[in-house]
Design a protein around this ligand. Structure first.
Ligand code: 9MR
Length: 356
């Protein structure tokens, strides 16, 4: 009798934990479409290693809804190459193994950036040739390590400023503007099958940056520099006009390269009074914006749709998260990883359009 009682308690706990993990609740879980099942392009998520390791609800939602994965931080320079002669792959390998177990594609982020460089790089002394060797060794050691497992790379991240000029960066300073194309050539040499992206933000403001990026892409294509795609981060505010989103995606697609919306999240708090509360109306507006963004993306040629990746999973693990009640709500899942209107709007839009 005692065992029967314990068994009932166990089953009850199991079913309520399944209900919690499932964004729809237990009752209708089986019949409900997921993002990965319903969207006609790959759908990815940027995962933070702490949540990934410690929160089973988070992990389950990642594998239930997404078929592509990006490491939020553990594939950056400082994480993978903390001192001149040391590479540390443990955390990144964990994410790659999880992706393989769950049939997910891995997008690598990021080989070269002006930020997140470890102190040894800043202190490195050498002439231009020594710096090129450093760049080459860094890129090729990493790309070779993940060859066959990481499908694509952000080779260079955020190299342009608002004015369309190259940003200050140790790479620009020590190697010159050619550091970008060298990075692409080195990566391609190390894994000719990997798809190579240039990743940046702010295209959607249609300022000088997007023109500079498109010119670079066209120039690379003309000269045979191995670039395969453009990553448009799309960290956007709720108030950004749909027309701008659409135009910027079309412009990126006009290069003929793959287009990855690589870090999507929609800030509600941006341009709001300092103290604000999320409400149903804002949640609906956010849902409309997510839907407009996904629709704009799906109107470029199918062969160029590399996919959409959201930058983080739920509001609580968003890089925008802050303590206290006045935090932002940028994601499709809430702080308990339940689906928000944004998630439902995307699902509904593709359900009724049969994936068009
Ligand atoms: O979300 C990331 C945050 O945890 C890191 O502290 C930060 C610096 O490494 O990078 C954040 O991710 C950025 C991404 O790598 C590049 N585009 C902007 C993202 C948000 O700042």
């Amino acid at each position: 009798m005692k065992y029967l009682f314990l068994a009932v308690i166990f089953l009850f706990n199991l079913s309520s934990s399944i209900a919690q993990n499932n964004p729809y609740g237990a009752s209708d879980a089986q019949d409900q479409p997921t993002l990965k099942a319903i969207l006609p392009f790959p759908i990815g998520v940027a995962v933070g290693i702490r949540h990934f390791r410690n929160n089973p609800v988070y992990r389950n939602l990642v594998k239930e809804q997404f078929n592509s994965i990006t490491a939020e931080n553990v594939m950056k320079f400082k994480a993978l190459h903390p001192s001149e002669h040391t590479f540390t792959f443990k955390s990144a390998d964990e994410i790659v193994a999880f992706a393989q177990e769950n049939n997910m594609r891995v997008h690598g982020h990021t080989l070269i950036w002006s930020k997140v460089n470890p102190p040894w790089v800043k202190e490195f002394k050498g002439d231009k040739t020594a710096w090129k060797n450093l760049l080459k060794n860094h890129i090729q050691t990493i790309v070779k390590h993940f060859k066959g497992k990481v499908r694509s790379w952000d080779v260079v991240n955020e190299a342009y400023n608002d004015g369309g000029k190259l940003k200050e960066s140790i790479w620009l300073e020590k190697i010159g503007p050619e550091y970008i194309e060298l990075a692409f050539r080195y990566a391609h040499e190390a894994d000719p099958d990997a798809l190579l992206f240039y990743n940046d933000y702010g295209h959607e403001y249609l300022g000088k940056r997007i023109y500079a990026i498109i010119n670079m892409a066209k120039d690379f294509k003309k000269r045979g520099v191995p670039i395969h795609g453009l990553g448009m981060q799309m960290h956007i505010p709720l108030r950004l006009e749909d027309t701008k989103i659409r135009r910027s995606i079309e412009m990126a697609a006009s290069t003929g390269l793959l287009v990855h919306l690589s870090e999507v999240e929609i800030s509600v708090k941006h341009q709001m009074p300092k103290v604000f509360r999320m409400d149903d109306q804002l949640a609906r507006q956010q849902a409309d914006k997510y839907k407009a963004l996904f629709k704009a993306y799906s109107s470029i040629p199918k062969s160029q749709q590399f996919g959409i990746t959201t930058w983080n999973l739920g509001d609580a693990d968003s890089f925008r998260n802050s303590k206290g009640p006045n935090h932002d709500h940028p994601m499709m899942f809430d702080r308990q990883y339940r689906p928000k209107p944004a998630f439902k709007a995307v699902i509904e839009a593709w359900k009724s359009n049969k994936g068009q």
